[in-house]
Ligand binder design. Structure first.
Ligand code: EPZ
Length: 424
């Protein structure tokens, strides 16, 4: 298993270009199942999770081609022939976002068999809302030997529009139901819909494919079903979490970095907290120039659904708090077990205690390098950030977690002057 080894203490300097958003690319790849015509995508990030999703789609029958040799960000998907409507446990257990084929397959093929995703490190992460919504749209669904078996039974010919209010805000739940509704007969109203920018990016693509969607960006999406969807071209939005991760790296390690190809207006809650922490930022339409001198100030925050502070940035800002002056509290309201990075940060000399869903961080002047273990995607990023600020050498094991959501992070950090290497 690959490891990352770094020696902390070097301020970051230079420019970093942000890749396309993982959590936009994953549902957008599944949207190709809704039509038999080609979907042309650009700015697709080259990530482990994207490669996993492409493999799953190809098993279903989708052909994927890269028109520009060597450029995996430009992709053409064609789902004209669907060989199988099944997403096996083997596929789904490596990536929960595989559940996103359920809605499109059901809408296009009128049947789908998708393995229930197992739990994962950060929580149980059930998919009951996905199932509740599809049932409301007329699908016959049974759970059998770990699989969701969904089909449209006569007299129903297709999914039918429905009014759906999810019990909680769910990002992939909204995306699954949104995709299914585009080909249903009649109108679907999704209330309590997720407002994450990645949901909006998927909706923009669906509209280009001929879907009729209103309320994009709001918590109420109204979809008029259509007979069929056609091909389209789309550029995936930049990854706000990758951008926020690099901003936290500057706040922790110091220096001056120009973050390019990002969307500052999708990061408001994060920028407010980083400003409070003392990060100096100049913000342009698609760039942020960040600089940090001296020690960050502790900032308390709580995670919540967009546009509030994103849970996917919680671990990264905790690493900044670990070396900040003062103490802070961090409350995680989305997932029940998203503090796996706390014990690892404490191995680096941090002073963090957990009480229920709140972490209390006493900022330390300095962390000292150690061997630590990544447990999940954003926890890995948190440990890299802490390692860049720690004295001495840090080794982060199991960085396959990091590779799921970041495209060669160590190369980008090396270009910013960090002393970091990947050890095979
Ligand atoms: C998406 O996961 C993201 N993944 C996650 O990013 C992100 O952390 C999460 O949204 C929250 O923003 C992708 O978009 C691929 P949810 P998702 O459904 O959709 C509960 C990363 O690091 N819930 O919004 O699975 C659930 O348990 C990943 O990039 C139900 O109870 O999250 C959680 O407590 C990690 N029943 C809460 O809702 C359901 O049917 C929010 O989950 C669905 C969700």
């Amino acid at each position: 298993m690959d490891k990352l080894r770094m020696v902390g203490g070097t301020p970051l300097k230079g420019e970093v270009t942000i890749a396309g958003a993982k959590n936009a690319a994953l549902p957008i790849l599944c949207a190709c199942l809704l039509t038999n015509q080609p979907i042309i995508l650009r700015n697709v990030p080259d990530l482990q999770d994207v490669r996993t999703m492409l493999k799953l789609l190809q098993e279903i029958g989708v052909t994927a081609s890269f028109p520009d040799a060597g450029d995996r960000s430009h992709l053409v998907l064609n789902a004209s022939i669907i060989k199988s409507s099944e997403a096996t446990y083997e596929m789904v257990k490596t990536m929960r976002a595989s559940i996103l084929v359920l809605g499109p397959l059901l809408a296009r093929m009128h049947s789908a068999k998708v393995s229930l995703p197992g739990g994962c490190a950060i929580g149980a992460r059930p998919v009951d809302q996905h199932i509740k919504g599809l049932k409301a749209m007329g699908a016959a669904i049974k759970i059998k030997s770990g699989y969701i078996q969904a089909e449209i039974k006569p007299p129903l010919e297709r999914l039918k529009g429905a009014s759906i209010l999810t019990d909680m805000i769910t990002v992939t739940g909204t995306e699954n139901l949104l995709m299914a509704a585009t080909l249903a007969t009649g109108t679907t109203v999704l209330e309590n819909a997720a407002r994450e920018p990645e949901v909006g990016d998927l909706a923009e693509l669906l509209v280009k494919m001929g879907a009729k969607i209103s309320g994009i960006g709001s918590d109420k999406l109204i979809i008029e079903g259509v007979e069929q969807l056609h091909g389209a071209e789309h550029v995936v939005i930049p990854d706000r979490i990758e951008a926020g991760t690099f901003l936290c790296a500057v706040a922790a390690a110091g220096g001056e970095v120009l973050v390019k190809n990002c969307r500052p207006n999708t990061l408001d809650a994060v920028l407010v907290k980083l400003k409070d922490a003392g990060l100096i930022m100049e913000v342009g339409p698609d760039w942020i120039k960040a600089s940090m001198k001296g020690r960050p100030k502790a900032v308390s925050f709580r995670t919540s659904e967009y546009p509030a502070f994103p849970t996917d940035m919680q671990a990264q800002l905790m690493a900044v708090n670990a070396i900040a002056s003062g103490s802070s509290t961090i409350t995680e309201t989305i997932f029940e077990n998203r503090f796996m990075h706390v014990q690892e940060l404490n191995r680096l000399g941090a002073d963090i205690a957990i009480e229920g869903n709140t972490a209390i961080v006493q900022g330390e002047e300095k962390l000292s390098g150690a061997i630590v273990m990544a447990t999940d995607l954003r926890a890995s990023a948190s440990l890299v950030i802490a390692g860049l600020a720690a004295q001495g050498e840090t080794q982060v094991d199991r960085i396959y977690h990091l590779d799921r959501g970041y495209d060669r992070m160590e190369q980008k950090l090396t270009r910013l002057g960090a002393n970091i290497q990947r050890i095979k």
